[in-house]
Design a protein around this ligand. Structure first.
Ligand SMILES: [Fe+2]
Length: 332
């Protein structure tokens, strides 16, 4: 494309249990809960966001709340794994032990010398995750998580793995700037994005079910760059939607042979309505939904951030107005 994509931005699944969702992705996986907010297509559903310490594009994993969505197993044309980066084979061993300690099964993929080494598991709601020892030179995107050694923490998004063939996906992806690299497609942006493939299953798509990844988003830059990228993308083999305001970024979508893809702006990002040290500590509502705050706070299941940052920092020094800091938070 003349307007190249910059790399992966975020990855999104569906949750019907936000409490378990936040506990798993924040406390167990060690990602920062970077935004507690609502899905912008509705006025009453949560949208949870996890990421590195600053919520940088390329690190972000999000979940849309659909309490009534049935569970489902990915089928043909679905993204069946989110692939996250870790630093070494030792990290895979570390994560197998950490997942065992949290009653979660996992499987090491290490017997094929032609494939990257990975650990595969499901989150509590059935989303399949692949931790991969990536060959990328990208700078790791890390969250602070005191109970996880720095060398083993999640390092950001590697890409998606879909139930389709590389031949089916290539015309769609090549138009967006991906190149074929063996049995994967690679986007050489400011950050590298990779698309992997698994043999189609014969099962029909279960798009929209809990346990099937909803989409992967790629970063197109600022608003003008995203407009150009969307218009160019729309000249490819599949149509793209118009661009929608999603408050923290603007987004458009298409359904690729290997699952839904989004192109979005880099920002304005999660510090639009919270300071860095406060990210994830309160329910953030866009100005459009703010008039419903009292009703929402009464009706929604409360979310408690298991790794708050602001209270930790408040405990370390007096507050700005000279009032002694409150009790330090317990970090699970
Ligand atoms: Fe998205």
């Amino acid at each position: 494309m003349k307007q190249p994509l910059k790399g992966p931005h975020h990855f999104t699944g569906i949750t019907r249990d936000v409490v378990t969702n936040v506990d798993f992705w924040c406390r167990i996986m060690g990602m920062r809960f970077v935004k507690n907010t609502l899905n912008f297509e509705t006025t009453f559903r949560y949208h949870t966001y996890f990421g590195d310490e600053e919520g940088n594009p390329g690190s972000v994993v999000t979940f849309l709340e659909f309490n009534e969505a049935p569970a489902g197993v990915p089928g043909d044309g679905d993204i069946h794994r989110m692939v996250l980066r870790v630093g070494s084979y030792d990290s895979l061993e570390y994560w197998m032990d950490r997942l065992i300690a949290n009653q979660t099964h996992s499987e090491l993929l290490r017997l094929d010398p032609t494939s990257p080494q990975s650990l595969v598991f499901h989150d509590p709601e059935g989303h399949e995750v692949e931790l991969m020892v990536s060959d990328t030179p990208d700078t790791p995107l890390l969250a602070d998580a005191d109970d996880i050694p720095a060398e083993h923490r999640i390092r950001g998004l590697e890409g998606a793995r879909s139930y389709t063939t590389i031949d089916e996906q290539e015309p769609f992806a090549a138009h967006l700037g991906f190149r074929r690299d063996g049995n994967r497609l690679v986007l050489d942006g400011e950050r590298s994005g990779r698309w992997y493939f698994s043999e189609p299953t014969g099962r029909p798509s279960n798009d929209g079910r809990v346990g099937v990844w909803h989409h992967i988003a790629y970063d197109a830059g600022d608003g003008a760059e995203t407009e150009r990228a969307r218009d160019e993308a729309n000249e490819g083999v599949r149509p793209w939607t118009k661009i929608f305001d999603h408050y923290f970024f603007d987004s458009c979508y298409s359904m690729s042979p290997g699952g839904r893809m989004e192109i979005c702006t880099t920002g304005p990002g999660f510090q639009l309505d919270e300071k860095l040290e406060d990210l994830g500590d309160r329910l953030c509502l866009s100005p459009r939904v703010e008039p419903l705050r009292a009703k929402l706070e009464a009706e929604l299941t409360p979310i408690v951030n298991p790794r708050p940052r602001s209270k930790q920092k408040a405990a370390a020094k007096p507050s700005d107005n000279g009032v002694p800091a409150t009790e330090p938070a317990t970090v699970a």
